[in-house]
Ligand binder design. Structure first.
Ligand code: NAD
Length: 256
């Protein structure tokens, strides 16, 4: 379905971003990866689908590097047809002791990067007459949890920005939507599971159960594969008029 198209997926060396990159590659899209860590392993996983794979090491807290990444993707692949704004970090602390540098980093990486990548990629999408912007927000773009002030503020911002971009592109063949996952067992969440196991003196398995039972009625983690399938749907002809949505895939979290 996406043969000949190029997807740029931020934060795609791990977790949800890698899952979405693989799902888009499985549909034939060439992919430019971004993020830190084991880049070669991520490239190999995506290349296994027989598509062209590139990589750009832009730090998503740096507007100039984000712009350079979009330009590099256009230069190397001829386009950014699908932009998946996924890179994100977390820090958990009460608001009065929340480290200021963590606040600034979360707002920059989880929210401002979405603005910078979108503004850089949108003109090319409009000129070529097709585009999909998919923002990986969170249930925390729709509801809050204690100790996550920066993350909740950033993700609510992403949902708001998604709506604005959808309105500004409403008469064009470019769409913009958000996906709002509940708990997904990636390195970002594993850190929270491990911290909970230590704090409560329980096993990692018990900490996972406690985490899920607090918020997620299905008691199941959403998987990167399921989120990848939603991204593929958002790129499909059936989703041509899906605009400005924030679709929660959260085991019933925000239905409560
Ligand atoms: P992860 O830690 O597995 O992956 C994060 C990715 O972002 C990695 O590739 C990492 O290298 C990259 N990254 C981090 N900082 C970066 C920076 N400054 N510049 C470029 N890349 C950077 O986490 P994940 O759980 O897969 O999270 C992906 C997205 O999904 C995030 O936006 C997160 O907020 C969101 N999300 C996650 C969950 C969950 O339960 N895991 C739930 C809802 C939303």
């Amino acid at each position: 379905m996406l043969k000949g198209k190029t997807a740029l997926v931020t934060g795609s060396t791990s977790g949800i971003g890698l899952g979405i990159a693989k799902a888009l590659a499985a549909q034939g899209a060439n992919v430019m990866l971004n993020g830190f860590g084991d880049v070669e392993a991520a490239k190999a996983e995506v290349a296994a689908f027989g598509v062209r794979v590139g990589y750009h090491g832009a730090d998503m807290s740096q507007p100039g590097q984000i712009e350079a990444m979009v330009q590099a993707c256009e230069a190397e692949f001829g386009a950014v047809d699908v932009l998946v704004n996924n890179a994100g970090i977390q820090h958990v602390a009460p608001v009065e002791s929340f480290p200021v540098d963590r606040w600034d980093a979360i707002i920059a990486i989880n929210l401002s990067s979405v603005f910078h990548a979108t503004r850089a990629a949108l003109p090319g999408m409009k000129a070529r007459g097709w585009g999909r912007i998919i923002n990986v927000a969170s249930v925390h773009g729709l509801v809050a949890s204690a100790q996550k002030s920066a993350y909740v503020a950033a993700k609510h911002g992403v949902v708001g920005l998604t709506k604005v971009v959808a309105l500004e592109t409403a008469t064009t063949p470019v769409t913009c939507n958000a996906i709002c996952p509940g708990w997904v067992l990636t390195p970002l969440v594993q850190k929270q599971v491990d911290a909970r196991a230590v704090a409560e003196g329980v096993s990692v398995e018990e900490a996972k159960k406690r985490l899920l039972s607090e918020k997620e009625p299905s008691q199941q983690f959403t998987t990167p594969e399921e989120l990848g399938a939603m991204a593929v749907f958002m790129c499909s002809p059936a989703a041509a008029n899906l605009r400005g949505t924030a679709i929660n895939m959260d085991g019933g979290w925000v239905a409560q």
